[in-house]
Design a protein around this ligand. Sequence first.
Ligand SMILES: C[S@@+](CC[C@H](N)C(=O)[O-])C[C@H]1O[C@@H](n2cnc3c(N)ncnc32)[C@H](O)[C@@H]1O
Length: 344
Amino acid sequence: MDLLLILSQEHDKLPLAELKAVIEVEEIQTDLEVVCPGLVLLKSLDDEKFDEYYQILVKRLGYTHEVHQLLSTVKYDKLEDEIISIDWSNYIKENFAVRVKRFNSEIDTVATERRVGHLILTNTDNISVNLKEPKSFIRVVAHKDSIFICYGKHQLNKKYFEIMKPHKRPFFHPGCMSPKLARCMANLARIKEGDFVLDPFCGTGGILIEAGLIGAKVIGSDIDYRMKRGAATNLDYAGVTNYRTCVVDVREMKMFEEVDAVITDPPYGISTTTCGEGTDGIFKEFLSSIEHSMKKDALLVMASPDSLDIDSLLDEVGFVLLERYSIKMHKSLTRIISVIAKIH
Ligand SMILES: C[S@@+](CC[C@H](N)C(=O)[O-])C[C@H]1O[C@@H](n2cnc3c(N)ncnc32)[C@H](O)[C@@H]1O
């Protein structure tokens, strides 16, 4: 069985990198095909594990907008025949809506939605159309002259990333990261349910929340007591229960248990303080102190400003860079997201 995914196009590489990381860590056996930017097929998924995989992807991905079961792929001129040949009673309960999305295609979306909807309605008993709150959702995706006919079984929680925007949480401080990027970083760190995850510059707790919602046990520390307390308030608000927060200067950090991943956004000295230390200095001290707290195969996923030369710091402390992505935030800040491993 196959899935069709519609990815966010707000970044050219991160959504796909996030998807590949989740496939890797969740050991999802599939052939991944990028149809075009923003459109991905996961082919040949095991029938028995299909629903489990489907739910994992829906639960974890931040930069994916839609996940659907692919029912059929046809050329546009065969669309009507194909719609008639599908037994829609297997998919549609009570009422449905059809929505068309185009990628490099000129088809008339409204006319196609109406036509497909009409054909389904006239060929299936006891169902109706409900455009506002359909119980069943049929997604038709047009790419050039190919049409993907899909059934949307699970909904991604689109509202979650809206509700969880930093300024809508009970504790806010400038310099917070967007929840989508925090989720993506947690996924790039290849964390699994039950993993022990550390953010030693936890600030308002944005990264801890996303790692916690994936199912990790999270520990956050910050030099500032107000942040430690605020992060806890935000974790409670998000419904994360398996957490600890403490006040620690990262330069003096000593963990009693090695962690499975470190995911963090150290201060750049712009909107968050480096407490008197230069940005270079804080990154250098952080990197050399954190290495001892990480398990052998643990990954460090870290944000940094592009003005900082991370590579020479990594060499000095026994880390190796695996992946790197840059995100232009505004005129004077480009953020770099690095995925880093320990040299064995
Ligand atoms: C960029 S903010 C983290 C933002 C966080 N990702 C969020 O979403 O709120 C960096 C944090 O590092 C903390 N910090 C600065 N110097 C530190 C140090 N030496 N040890 C630990 N935390 C420090 C600051 O108090 C600040 O909360």
